[in-house]
Design a protein around this ligand. Structure first.
Ligand code: NAD
Length: 477
């Protein structure tokens, strides 16, 4: 059995204990993974602290060269990393191989370039010249969930290292394999020992001591709102970026381009197995087109291929774990009890699964109509392929429903009326709004949410917020 170790100060470190990581499509044990605790966290933070002065002191173009090299190595190994990712977390190969892993390489290219272009601000006054410097922060804790693990890890590692920080990365215990590979590739790229450390393990044993460690200066966390809240309480005074849960509204007005809106709505709830923080999971449809939209949406959902995630044709793969499958199924069971109408999907397992994946954690793409926004299926983040279709009367009603939710991560507005598009985009309480579009990530844009979806933004210069320490220097004239 393959064993995965921690990576501390450039060396693989065995665990005192191990846990298994399981292929969610087959239930096959893929590897035994070292399970870290306070001792490993302390060693990793000490290594990151020791490596910091030299790494931060390197001229940015030299750091950039190594970071670009890491991007090259990822690009070179896309098929291998994509396959590992698909096996470890169930995201389909069409996504991991063509989108997620290649884009991870881009994350390193982007921030390699950007770290050589960090600028400052000047605020001249008659008596003083003020200017800012952006220093690295120091040791950063990077904590990642399981849904798109490699992409999320690289979103954090690339800016963190590029701006001169050192890191301790803790992946989800449910999908640690590709990040372990990232650690190896970082060393192969020539990134010095101690700059990127990895401690594997559970949230309580490894995550808690990491975020509470006094030498950790910044935390970039992606995960659930519940864990985010816990970390904010226990970590003490540190810089934070909290990328948390979502239940994003996908608003379709009667004057929308319906075919395009349908395609995007289907994509935003069923791609990535519905395990997507920015999923358009509350689909708000204007009353006048509601029945027509619901019928067409369910028709498309029924045609989605559920199956072996290693098959290029598969759109929806298995849920990450049996526990998560049970959670998703519990909401599918709840829907009709709350008064929603099941249009397709439901509790029956998909038929015609290939033998290889017959034991997988599968759920059919499920569509509920006649959903009231106050139902639990509309308010809770299900994090699976379950769509809620909610009717609305007019613009004011759409905004009211869109905002009647604890979360505020992403939002989507579909209308051909340009004024209405801008008004609704401005009024919706969310960190991001996509107009007549599905979620398209541009690395320059501020990514993140408001309300229970988090604090802080990452991407482009917004990443300064967590990974840089701005210093004002005031010179008397
Ligand atoms: P989770 O909160 O259970 O775990 C996330 C990470 O935190 C894991 O590595 C876990 O081990 C660790 N952790 C758990 N308890 C901890 C603690 N007390 N201290 C420190 N670390 C701890 O989330 P999950 O189930 O892995 O991921 C799904 C959630 O992530 C969903 O809510 C989803 O919306 C969210 N998510 C958000 C974004 C975003 O950008 N906003 C992106 C992807 C996923």
């Amino acid at each position: 059995m393959q064993q995965i170790h921690h990576l501390i100060d450039g060396k693989p470190v065995q665990g005192t204990d191990y846990f298994e990581t399981v292929n969610p499509a087959t239930q096959e044990v893929l590897a035994e993974v070292a399970s870290g605790g306070e001792a490993e966290v302390n060693a990793a933070v000490a290594a990151a602290k020791a490596a910091f002065p030299k790494w931060a002191g390197l001229p940015a173009p030299e750091r950039a060269k190594l970071i670009r090299k890491l991007g090259d190595l990822i690009a070179k190994h896309v098929p291998e990393i994509a396959q590992t990712e698909t096996n470890d977390c169930g995201q389909v190969i069409a996504q991991t191989g063509k989108q997620l892993i290649p884009r991870a390489a881009d994350n390193f290219y982007y921030f390699a370039e950007m770290c050589t272009r960090v600028d400052g601000h000047t605020y001249p006054t008659p008596t003083h010249l003020n200017y800012t410097l952006f220093h690295p922060v120091g040791v950063c804790a990077l904590i990642s969930p399981w849904n798109v693990p490699f992409m999320t890890a690289t979103w954090k590692v690339a800016p963190c290292l590029a701006f001169g920080n050192t890191a301790v990365l803790k992946m989800s215990e449910l999908s640690p394999l590709t990040a372990a590979r990232l650690g190896e590739l970082a060393l192969e790229a020539g990134i010095p020992a101690g700059v990127l450390n990895l401690v594997h393990g559970y949230g309580k044993e490894a995550g808690e001591p990491l975020v509470a460690h006094p030498d950790v200066r910044a935390i970039s966390f992606t995960g659930s709102t519940a864990t985010g809240n816990r970390i904010v309480k226990s970590a003490g005074l540190k810089k934070f970026s909290m990328e948390l849960g979502g239940k994003s509204p996908f608003v379709i007005f009667e004057d929308a381009d319906l075919d395009r809106a349908l395609d995007a709505a289907v994509f935003m709830i069923f791609s990535n197995n519905g395990e997507r923080c920015t999923a358009g999971s509350r689909i708000l449809v204007q009353q006048s087109i509601y029945a027509d939209f619901a019928a067409k949406f369910a028709e498309r959902a029924k045609r989605i291929t559920v199956g072996d995630p290693l098959d290029e044709k598969t759109i929806v793969g298995p849920m990450i774990s049996q526990a998560h499958l049970a959670k998703v199924r519990s909401y599918i069971e709840l829907g009709p009890k709350e008064g929603a109408t099941l249009l397709c999907g439901g509790l029956e397992a998909p038929s015609n699964l290939p033998d290889r994946v017959k034991k997988g954690n599968y759920v059919m793409p499920t569509v509920f109509a006649d959903v009231d926004n106050r139902m639990k299926i509309a308010q809770d983040e299900i994090f699976g392929p379950v769509a809620c279709l909610i009717p609305f009367k007019d613009e004011a009603h759409a905004i009211e429903l869109a905002n009647d939710i604890a979360y505020g991560l992403s939002s989507y507005v579909w209308t051909e009326n340009i004024g209405k598009a801008h008004r609704v985009a401005a009024a919706v309480e969310a960190g991001m709004c996509f107009v007549n579009s599905q979620n398209v990530r541009d690395l320059r844009q501020p990514f993140g949410g408001t309300k229970a979806s988090g604090t802080g933004r990452e991407g482009g210069t917004w990443s300064y917020e967590v990974f840089c320490e701005p210093k004002n220097i005031a010179v008397s004239m």
